[in-house]
Design a protein around this ligand. Structure first.
Ligand code: HEM
Length: 259
């Protein structure tokens, strides 16, 4: 925690360019698209059209917040599943049992695919894509767990540490999706999307994307290393987004077992 001004309120260079490109590509976007709604084309959305500066910030939030994080989580899930092929097989069996050999997972199927959901949850626990969330500034004097925090402090939530605390998590450094299927899992300590009023506004979209994408991949392909034993590295390096080191994977189309 500290009390420096991190350039809040300063203009962002290149702002005009960021908004000009999508607006040129699509001058009159329909009201039921994201850009159309932001430009006031959807009468059911309160607040009216965004001006250029706010439009810029909204687009940057959606692009930065909504692309790399989800892609990183998907890459980590594939990497961990290469290390635990037996979990892959169990998720595939669950998908086949619930959706049949050719069905495709939809968002509405989340309730009946608990192991797929647990696999995604465990990936987000072990490698939270935004490990230090976003910096927040206290507007008034407050405290966290009894520690006083003066007004104007920058507070950086360490989600990675919360997800690896050995006092909360059994074998915290291991990929164990099963932990979220057992009674008494410490759900309250799981905060990959932050918590409180400023938690991630894309959480539902991100969860839906991860569920549908990973479900599709595992339903139709077996994930294998390019050569036996060439498994991805799982180490982490500091960064705003926790990315998996690059790795190769073979996607082998798999047929359902013949009855
Ligand atoms: C797996 C995917 C994602 C993860 C792990 C993630 C995680 C986070 C975290 C930790 C925060 C900061 C919360 C805090 O500081 O307390 C955040 C904020 C935010 N996220 Fe996400 N996010 C993901 C996907 C998305 C998507 C898909 C979108 C939008 C399409 C999005 C948009 C945002 C925005 C706009 C904020 C700022 C919210 C605010 O300041 O009020 N995120 N996200």
């Amino acid at each position: 925690m500290g009390t420096r001004d991190w350039g809040r309120g300063k203009p962002v260079r290149g702002r005009g360019e960021v908004t000009r490109v999508p607006l040129q590509a699509c001058a009159s976007p329909p009201g039921d698209t994201v850009l159309g709604a932001l430009l006031g084309g959807d009468p059911s959305v309160r607040g009216g059209a965004l001006g250029p500066d706010r439009l810029h910030m909204a687009l940057v939030d959606l692009f930065i917040g909504g692309t790399e994080t989800t892609a990183a989580a998907l890459a980590w899930a594939v990497a961990f599943l290469l290390h635990r092929p037996e979990v892959q097989e169990r998720v595939r069996a669950e998908l086949r049992q619930e959706l049949g050999p050719t069905g495709t997972p939809q968002v509405g199927d989340m309730g009946r695919l608990p192991l797929l959901r647990a696999t995604i949850t465990e990936t987000l626990r072990l490698r939270p894509p935004a490990p230090l969330a976003l910096p927040h500034c206290t507007r008034r004097h407050t405290s966290v767990g009894g520690v006083p925090v003066p007004a104007g402090s920058i507070v950086i939530p360490n989600l990675f540490a919360a997800h690896h605390d050995p006092e909360t998590w059994h074998r915290p450094d291991e990929f164990l999706p099963e932990r979220f299927l057992e009674p008494g899992a410490p759900w309250r300590a799981l905060v990959p999307f932050g918590c409180g009023a400023r938690s991630c506004l894309g959480e539902a979209l991100a969860r839906a994307e991860l569920f549908v994408f990973l479900g599709h991949i595992l339903h139709h392909f077996r994930l294998e290393p390019p050569v036996p034993g060439a498994l991805p590295k799982l180490g982490v390096t500091a960064g705003t987004v926790l990315r998996c080191p690059p790795f190769c994977v073979r996607l082998v189309p798999c047929q359902p077992p013949t009855p």
